[in-house]
Design a protein around this ligand. Structure first.
Ligand SMILES: Cc1cc2nc3c(=O)[nH]c(=O)nc-3n(C[C@H](O)[C@H](O)[C@H](O)COP(=O)(O)OP(=O)(O)OC[C@H]3O[C@@H](n4cnc5c(N)ncnc54)[C@H](O)[C@@H]3O)c2cc1C
Length: 300
């Protein structure tokens, strides 16, 4: 019987594993190795880790965790998680079953790109999803925002922090006149024509081709992706969701189902960033440990 199974080995799960290890708690972390930022070459904004590649970040994190003998990391996909009385049965793709007192979901989110031809070629190399993560590298360039709905206004304003040359491409979405007027106060242009496709060279955006035949030269940008849960476990276990599709948690990562915890992007409670995911992993592991300790004092 394990104290905890952690599902997901991004910063959230790995930091949780570190805290579990330092409490000497028997823990297995399962990871299938598909973090959200795997398309990028560099990660930014995490103090002491600014500019490292996602793979180097993971390597360093694993070295920290592997110092603690009660934790093991297994590169395996988890297929099912079931509640079995007060504990949990976790089955891996390899067909093995593990029993655990607690389950911590650090499974992250999956990005859904809009159906714009050519966007796959630039995503993660010159077009990214978050200006706090990659805005500095695209500062003062000719930038595009690709956003097909209400978020276009928000991102058009935000990206103007990094460049005076920002164009918002709504791909057919009609932005309210009032919002267009506000954006124009800071010279943020709005292009509502449908997009034919993106031109790029070796991953670098060069132009946005519109259906009306116009080509607009751009060098980099931000795309507003759809965000969905990577794994179905929270829903399957009956955990309540938040209005924005995150897993509802308290301040120590407890979900609405006893014994199930969640952290990182999957809870969608903070801006989705590495340092925030890691912090949430740390808090959720503290929640797991406190609850295990409490339970030992109040055993029948
Ligand atoms: C293009 C891009 C660039 C980014 N750049 C930055 C940046 O520079 N700085 C920054 O702070 N943030 C950046 N981010 C955001 C950052 O990637 C996320 O906030 C962070 O990865 C969230 O960490 P996490 O641990 O919650 O989830 P993830 O890092 O996504 O890790 C979740 C892990 O769980 C695993 N998993 C899921 N289901 C299962 C299963 N069934 N069994 C086993 N394992 C499973 C996944 O394979 C994955 O390895 C970027 C995001 C994107 C999309």
């Amino acid at each position: 019987m394990l104290d905890c199974v952690i599902i997901g080995g991004g910063p959230a799960g790995l930091n949780a594993a570190l805290v579990m290890g330092r409490a000497g708690r028997q823990t297995i972390l399962f990871d299938e190795g598909k973090p959200r930022n795997r398309v990028t070459q560099e990660s930014h904004g995490f103090i002491t880790q600014d500019g490292v590649s996602p793979s180097e970040f993971k390597k360093r994190a694993r070295m920290d965790v592997e110092k603690y003998p009660s934790v093991s990391i297994q590169e395996q996909r988890v297929e099912t998680v079931e509640k079995a009385g007060d504990v949990f049965r976790v089955q891996t793709k390899g067909g093995r079953d593990y029993m655990a007192k607690k389950v911590l979901l650090a499974t992250g989110l999956r990005d859904i790109l809009p159906g714009i031809a050519g966007i796959q070629n630039v995503y993660g190399t010159s077009v990214f999803s978050c200006p706090f993560c990659d805005g500095w590298e695209m500062r003062d360039r000719a930038l595009a925002v690709f956003a097909e709905g209400e978020r276009a206004f928000h991102m058009g304003k935000l990206l103007s922090n990094w460049s005076r040359d920002v164009m918002v491409f709504t791909n057919g979405y009609r932005m309210p006149d009032g919002e267009r007027a506000v954006l124009s106060r800071q010279q943020v242009a709005v292009v509502e024509e449908r997009i034919e496709g993106l031109d790029s060279k070796e991953g670098k955006l060069t132009a946005v081709r519109l259906k009306n035949g116009r080509d607009i030269q751009r060098e980099a940008g931000i795309v507003m992706t759809g965000l969905v849960q990577s794994a179905p476990f929270a829903e399957q276990l009956g955990c309540e969701a938040t209005a924005n599709g995150g897993i509802k948690v308290d301040s120590l990562g407890r979900t609405t189902v006893e014994g199930v915890y969640a952290c990182g992007d999957a809870s969608l409670s903070g801006p989705p960033q590495l340092v925030i995911a890691a912090a949430e992993g740390s808090k959720a592991a503290a929640g797991v440990i406190m609850d295990l300790v409490e339970a030992a004092f109040f055993l029948p």
